[in-house]
Design a protein around this ligand. Structure first.
Ligand code: ADP
Length: 256
């Protein structure tokens, strides 16, 4: 009887611990839901007035006004543009982090995505005095997933490399097959990231305190989007970087 009592007691304790754990998981899920909802509502509410501001700025800019006033208008235009970028990134992050947002799973060729991203960023790289190199394995480089999300993933990594590499540097984008996976590697010989920052840069809104990096415009959301998209697609992302020498971001996605 003592034995049975003991077993029952232990079972009861386990049941209580499980119940507590379930409660915690539920609370975390609710928090996650709340955060996604907050991001979505905020970005949505900011979008409408921002469209009004940008639209009107454009109209006023088209009127015959003196050059002095144009300088202020241009500054306002740049401000609105930066805000637009924050809102767009926030909306995207809200969508991809939403716990019930389903993942589209269609065949995506990373060759095409890489080529599109390079076309998009090549002129920025050239005007900054950078070399943008591309290495793609022969044949299709297929993964299963959401084409828009994967596009954003590569664009964020390459645009960061371009942004945080001073003139004269080189950015290299490579896409290779590795066994059953496809590996995307974005390397630069730019500012680099201090060891203690390497885990934090994937958090939403985190920007390093490196003054050279901070002088570039940014929202601190790009890598949070990268990390979430990679996770949703069953992949992983790694960073290898040395301050003052450059960075390599490697994303591995399961091949289709
Ligand atoms: P953002 O670029 O908008 O600030 P991200 O989330 O894309 O936001 O990046 C977070 C931070 O990580 C950046 O502010 C920058 O300090 C650092 N970072 C990202 N990519 C690089 C890179 N290729 N080289 C150096 N620093 C980088």
């Amino acid at each position: 009887a003592l034995e049975i009592g003991h077993d029952l007691g232990a079972a009861l304790l386990t049941a209580r611990a499980l119940e507590r754990e379930r409660g915690l998981v539920r609370q975390l899920q609710e928090l996650d839901d709340y955060r996604s909802q907050l991001f979505a509502t905020l970005s949505h509410e900011l979008r409408t007035p921002l469209t009004v501001i940008s639209g009107n700025l454009e109209i006023v800019g088209g009127l015959a006004i003196d050059d002095g006033a144009k300088v202020f208008l241009d500054a306002m235009g740049r401000g609105a543009e930066r805000m637009q970028k924050v809102v767009d990134d926030l909306m995207l992050l809200a969508r991809v982090t939403h716990p019930r947002h389903p993942l589209t799973r269609i065949s995506v060729d990373l060759r095409e995505v890489a080529e599109d991203v390079v076309t998009l960023l090549d002129s920025t790289a050239i005007s900054k005095g950078l070399t943008l190199d591309v290495h793609l394995d022969d044949g299709p480089l297929l993964v299963l997933g959401d084409p828009a999300e994967i596009d954003q993933l590569l664009a964020n990594l390459v645009s960061n490399a371009v942004k945080y590499t001073p003139s004269g540097g080189t950015v290299t984008l490579s896409v290779r097959r590795r066994d059953d996976d496809v590996e995307v590697r974005v390397a630069d010989d730019g500012l680099g990231i201090a060891e203690e920052d390497q885990a934090r840069i994937f958090r939403a809104f985190y920007r390093t305190e490196n003054p050279e990096a901070l002088s570039e415009p940014g929202t601190g959301l790009g890598l949070a989007i990268v990390a979430t998209v990679v996770e949703r697609h069953g992949g992983r992302v790694e960073v290898d970087s040395h301050l003052g020498q450059g960075s390599i971001f490697t994303v591995t996605l399961p091949g289709a």
